[in-house]
Design a protein around this ligand. Sequence first.
Ligand SMILES: [Fe+2]
Length: 324
Amino acid sequence: MNANATTSQGRDGQTFFQPRRLGHVNLVVDDVDRSMDFYMQVVGFEEAYRRPQVKAGFLSNGNTHHDIGLVESSGPLGQGRPAGLNHTAFELETEVDLVADYDRAISSGIEFDRTSDHDIAHAVYGLDADGNQYEVYADVIREWRQARHGVVTKPKPNWTPGSTPPNSERNYHRDPEIRRVKDAIFHPLRTTHAVLVLENFERAFETYCTVVGLSPIVGDADSAFAVLGGTCGERNLGLFRARDGRVPGLHHVGLQVWGESDLNESLKRLASTGHEIEAEFDYPTRRGVFLKDPDGIRLQFYVDRDPGAEALRHCDEETALFLV
Ligand SMILES: [Fe+2]
């Protein structure tokens, strides 16, 4: 396996994977127990499972096996890196697709970072031109709650795409029951998008479009910003150019909440707890807030009044950061 993904496009210009949507975001945090408490009590996710041996925790309200993954910076998965993005992860239709697209990519000279058997999902990891890691994965077990809950200690076997018979089932849940953590401050339905600020915007855009296989919804490799999505048609990934006052890396993680009145109630509860919001915004198409987690990782809680992308096509770059 190559250590770096330096080649982003196949020799004949073809594209490779074709994700449905963003599945989860994985974050490096300085204290996984502190962050698990925050993501349960404030953000409003349930604990899905923990892997204390590697200082990692996973949260979900039922959308998928985890909407948020947390790895501790001092642990073997955090590898001493500062708090921030570990990876964005994009959900494929089936493992058959994962294996076939991986084989095609390797044959075309694409390089990946690593591959992994996560028991409930099989995954391939690569890096964009800034070194942000992405994951493309397919669920291989549909009933993930039965397979992964509580404290998970099962070691991960070595796995490369095709080394086990690929599963042809669509194991994601199309219309899952979403649980609501009543006593939490916010009530997210799920993680819907991530926004990255990039030094190497054009090359990263190419990687996310050609290798990861997302489609541009707004913008292109030459524009000030771009918004990409999977086959479900959602806005899953925002890409913005680094510049003064906008540092490279993860800008925010987007969490869709139950509704506007629910968001208003959350803000009332938040005000009584001492947690400070970074910004509150109210556009005709979206209302929401930015809040930072214990490590300063920015989270957006939002509700869309108009799910279309039309407003994004006509707004300036700063406004677009709120509307991805
Ligand atoms: Fe992941």
